[in-house]
Design a protein around this ligand. Sequence first.
Ligand code: HEM
Length: 320
Amino acid sequence: MTQLCQRAQSGVLSNPSTHVEYLTFCLKQDSTSITTQQINQQAISDFIAAVSGIEKSINQKDLTAGLNISIGFSANAWSQLFPSYPTPAELHPFKEMSDGDRLFPATAGDVFIMIKSERIDLNFQAAKYIMKSFSELASLVEDIQGYKYLDNRDMIDFVDGTENPNGAERAMAVLVAEDNDLHQGGSYLHVQRYVDKQLDWDKQTTEYQEQVIGRTKMDNVELTDEEKPVWAHNAKSKVEVEGLEVKMLRQNRPYGNAMEHGTMFIGFAATPTIIETSLSQMIHADEYGNYDRLLDFVDAKTGCLYFMPSKTFLEQFDDG
Ligand code: HEM
């Protein structure tokens, strides 16, 4: 397990930082010809080396800010950028899910960059240089700045991340252990950007909000089995296989301002099945019409699946 942890990109196993910038890029060309593939090979090597250089030099400005940059690739990006490497076994495009008026859309995104640190200015500078160094190959389609809100609360005012696994349990939940040697220590990442329906949420009583989340608002204590409705978020999102809970790591952060805000759902797991199962349990109503009632108050605007390769994989491209 220690060896796997050493292979993980630095942002993958760590807790969410005070500031985080999420960049979503889409590749510019369709690489069907060999020539384009060769161009891509050189361009992606240059890009990976550039990101590593940007991380090193901006980090030097303030080591206490702990800046680190992690990179993920969609199934589409993998086949275009790394045609001579095996695709991670479970990497596939995220498939839209819907039920009634609830929708988890599948949206565009080929390369995902997560810049974590304690300083928004350093994150911005890294984002600016990364966008520039990737401009020939890809277009930036979304740039979201997330941040720690109060004591790790979402903007619906509940503490988020409490039930995340820690230590060895976290590494087991997050890191791929069985795949091609190069992919061991990688991780699957589901990203969804949600917008809060704040006015609707604020109309609810605290008691109802607590039932929706499944925990108390002020003290963040889990409701008892008797108190917790089957449609509570922490009941619907929990995944069990043969009676045993299977964990994921959520590095969610809120983003936005008083006009529009929400949550970036940043979910890591050793297999995408865990998070897809969780999403399916949340959105699909059961035979009694029960779905995750949190979805009455938040709207998913984006949805993508990425593979965050191991450092061992990325280092092959970094000649610096
Ligand atoms: C707007 C989006 C979301 C918000 C505001 C939100 C918020 C929360 C909060 C406040 C908790 C309780 C504290 C904790 O354990 O972290 C929680 C728990 C949890 N959430 Fe979410 N969440 C969101 C989306 C999702 C999504 C999309 C998934 C899965 C794909 C998910 C999976 C979980 C899991 C597994 C737990 C822990 C359940 C348990 O074992 O108690 N959440 N979430």
